[in-house]
Design a binder for this molecule. Structure first.
Ligand code: HEM
Length: 209
């Protein structure tokens, strides 16, 4: 077994630095438009995209480490909890910007949302909050491994689906949005390939009678 040396950019420090960078970039983006509604809408779009990045890293971390075990992919797997929490932080900024948008320009906000965005987006936020709250050793132990696995597995696949729909529904107006679906398809393919490999390895390690 290869033991990787831990570097300083790991764990809670990784989460804190990435969250501060996301906050600073969001303030900078909103500031470029004088903190007017255009700038706030840019922050909503920016955080949807930064969330996509951290979601994909956390979603694919274990699969990558299994398929290509290198120090980089092992770093990713070791830090997937913190990358998942960075995704939650990014989506918290998305929520703050959504509230600012609704308060500053209620008519534009109403035009940009539908009852479906509240229902599906609301379920998405419920999963994000529940998953973030149970990403600590104590809270994870409190709900038990079975409930934890059900919550995190259902939640992560639901969020994958939510990203597909949220980016996908914009493709008719903006065909370039198809590019946002590519990382989602790639990370799903990686997880399927890793599951197949795991099953094969398990079959090989069971001695035949
Ligand atoms: C009640 C919950 C939510 C509401 C009200 C909401 C609202 C919005 C609004 C108004 C926009 C468009 C901003 C604009 O065009 O200026 C937007 C964009 C987006 N949201 Fe959310 N959202 C919610 C939850 C979520 C969740 C849970 C996800 C993903 C897991 C998500 C992903 C996205 C994406 C991908 C975009 C497109 C960004 C782009 O154009 O690049 N949203 N959201």
């Amino acid at each position: 077994m290869t033991l990787d040396r831990r570097n300083w950019f790991e764990g809670w420090r990784l989460l804190a630095i990435l969250t501060l960078v996301l906050i600073a970039l969001s303030v900078w983006i909103a500031g470029m438009r004088g903190f007017e509604v255009d700038g706030i809408r840019m922050v909503i779009r920016f955080t949807a995209r930064s969330s996509l990045l951290f979601f994909c890293l956390a979603f694919a971390a274990s699969a990558l480490a299994l398929l290509w075990p290198t120090s980089g992919t092992r770093w990713l797997r070791r830090n997937r909890r913190y990358l998942g929490l960075t995704f939650a932080a990014s989506h918290a900024i998305h929520a703050v910007a959504i509230v600012c948008f609704a308060v500053m320009a209620p008519a534009d906000y109403a035009a940009a949302t539908t009852p479906a965005s509240y229902i599906f987006g609301g379920i998405g936020y419920a999963f994000i909050i529940a998953m973030a709250a149970t990403s600590f050793d104590r809270s994870a132990a409190a709900i038990g491994p079975r409930a934890w696995r059900i919550l995190h597995t259902t939640g992560i696949y639901y969020l994958w689906f939510q990203f597909m729909v949220s980016f996908g529904m914009r493709i008719p107006q903006m065909p370039n949005y198809v590019w946002f679906l590519m990382p989602l398809i790639v990370v799903m393919a990686l997880r399927i390939a890793a599951a197949v490999l795991k099953r094969r390895q398990a079959r090989i390690s069971v001695p035949a009678n």
